[in-house]
Design a protein around this ligand. Sequence first.
Ligand code: NAP
Length: 257
Amino acid sequence: MGLMSGKNVVIFGVANKRSIAWGIAQALHREGARLALNYQNERMEESVRKLAAELPGDTFLAPCDVTVPGDIDKFFGRLGKEFGPLDGLVHSIAFAKREELGGSFADTSWDGYAMAQQVSAWSLIGLVKGALPLMEGRDASVVCLTYYGAEKVVQNYNVMGVAKAALECSTRYLANDVGPRGVRVNAISAGPIKTVSAMGVSDFGSLLDTMAQKAPLRRNVDQGDVGNTAAFLLSNLARGITGQTIYVDAGYSILGL
Ligand code: NAP
């Protein structure tokens, strides 16, 4: 019996094989969960459908762009009818314009700021609200993905650092809000991993190199490391943990000089 046997989990953010969400999907599938996935729009449907086909079982798929009014409600309306109640939700989505992920932070535009906040931070609130009727009273668990640039200055991370700070704070407010209804909310702060989104951050390669040289474990983390921690946080083993940011970063965040 897997850690997640008999549990229904929806994952937002599988785009391709490198996506952290795909590492989480594989870990949850291995542990026996039944999965539902979103794809952002028609352009992404085929690639997400092909990935889903690699997971034997009846994976549910439906479109949801968190910036399109009504999409979140439509998604959960269909999910409730066609998939059933939820024991877990994974938020693994983020976006910032490429021009905001490099250069001077003081040049951050309002449009760029608002876009990063909407997709990367507000969407957690929107998705939890949409999922709540399906999760209430089931000892359900929500996991989102954040990065160290939320709390310390990481060169070029810029507007996304501010969005991740809002995401981590939203994790705590949501945990307090939905805890009495039997829902836990936690964030995983992952070390840098080479994905399509990450490559949008200028000079991302130097984050990987620094981490491999300096982190206590002297290595980078990968999608599998994050997937296993997400499976733990979504499982009953973590039933006493909520409102926390858990680091999966080979120990990098403990370092001073
Ligand atoms: P990724 O594979 O590019 O995943 C990002 C996902 O966000 C994609 O599935 C993307 O969909 C989705 N997305 C963007 N805009 C959206 C919208 N409007 N509506 C719905 N979905 C939208 O990159 P990733 O690195 O795995 O990122 C996953 C999460 O991990 C993000 O929150 C990221 O900040 C976080 N994280 C990443 C790292 C890292 O180093 N990679 C480290 C710490 C935390 P489309 O591709 O269809 O646009």
